[in-house]
Design a protein around this ligand. Structure first.
Ligand code: SF4
Ligand code: SF4
Length: 295
């Protein structure tokens, strides 16, 4: 099973039909339990997860996001020196999905976006000079998948509706926009610091750790959130995830939507400036020593 989320060239691999479609494209496809290839697509997986996929699966499995990430996923770099994504970790020593059973998917009602889309691939794009993203689709035709031979005909939009993708796409939109914005901002934003990459990972994928961060004293010293709003956000994983996207837009791209405590921001700036000055002083002293001055 392929997971595809490309911005420019969406067809790096052969099973993807070299054509982009809109939602009106009609396809022939049907997957069902009696089909001869049942489970074939889950035996060799490459499935990236969206933040909403993780929220659904952690709830389904009754674990924290931190436990979920540790047990079922591996991180990967979406592009060199870029943001991290998260993929399913297949069974030990194999390529099959950990949730595959003889009866089919054991988390079917909460299966991830990529599993719902298959054999359609979602291509999320951001046109130059446009802030909004747009979706196109491609078709993945792999030899083992016999669903393409079924005479049932339907549009990609109907297929998306059948697979319950409206919520999944809507709730991952803020995350996809951040990725596209980062990819297209290039050197203007530059290589993210280690700290911002860690923040990205926690805010996007580890909702329970992000909750603890929002509850922390240090967060409260810098960000001002009305008590009622804070209580609402903290009480619900989906609300917290959406708040995380807002938070990342602010810290990564300066799009301010969360109030700041000016006094504490000023204090932090001064502290940072002091730290920089101290580092510069130490570097100058080191250079002077190396050059043999002051001996
Ligand atoms: S989550 Fe379910 S549908 Fe997706 S690869 Fe695993 S078993 Fe297959
Ligand atoms: S028809 Fe395709 S999607 Fe369905 S089980 Fe077979 S390989 Fe998987």
């Amino acid at each position: 099973m392929q997971n595809i989320d490309a911005d420019n060239n969406p067809f790096p691999q052969s099973p993807v039909m070299p054509e982009m479609f809109d939602g009106n494209k009609r396809i022939h496809f049907r997957c069902h339990k009696g089909i001869a290839c049942f489970n074939a697509c889950c035996k060799s997986i490459d499935i990236s997860l969206t933040p909403y996929d993780i929220v659904r699966l952690k709830k389904r499995l009754g674990v924290t996001s931190t436990e979920f990430l540790r047990t079922y996923t591996v991180p990967y770099e979406m592009e060199k020196d870029g943001l991290a994504g998260v993929k399913f970790n297949p069974v030990e020593g194999g390529t099959a999905c950990r949730f595959m059973t003889d009866e089919g998917c054991s988390v079917y009602e909460d299966r991830p976006t990529a599993c719902r889309y298959y054999p359609v691939a979602l291509l999320s794009m951001r046109k130059q000079d446009e802030y909004v993203d747009s979706y196109s689709y491609a078709l993945v035709k792999e030899d083992h998948c016999l669903g393409h031979n079924d005479p049932r005909e339907l549009s990609i939009d109907d297929y998306r509706a059948e697979q319950g993708l409206a919520d999944y796409d809507e709730l991952a939109r803020g995350w996809r926009q951040l990725i596209l914005k980062k990819k297209s901002s290039g050197p203007a934003i530059g290589k993210p610091s280690k700290r911002s990459l860690q923040l990205w990972f926690m805010a996007c994928y580890d909702v329970d750790r992000f909750r603890a961060f929002v509850e922390s004293e240090s967060f409260g010293q810098v960000f001002v959130l009305p008590e009622e709003e804070k209580t609402r956000i903290l009480a619900d994983d989906v609300e917290l995830m959406l708040f995380a996207f807002r938070f990342l837009r602010q810290v990564m791209f300066g799009e301010q939507s969360i109030g700041l405590d000016e006094e504490s921001v000023q204090q932090r700036r001064e502290k940072l400036r002091e730290k920089q000055l101290q580092e510069e002083r130490e570097a100058a002293e080191r250079m002077a020593r190396d050059e043999g001055f002051g001996e």
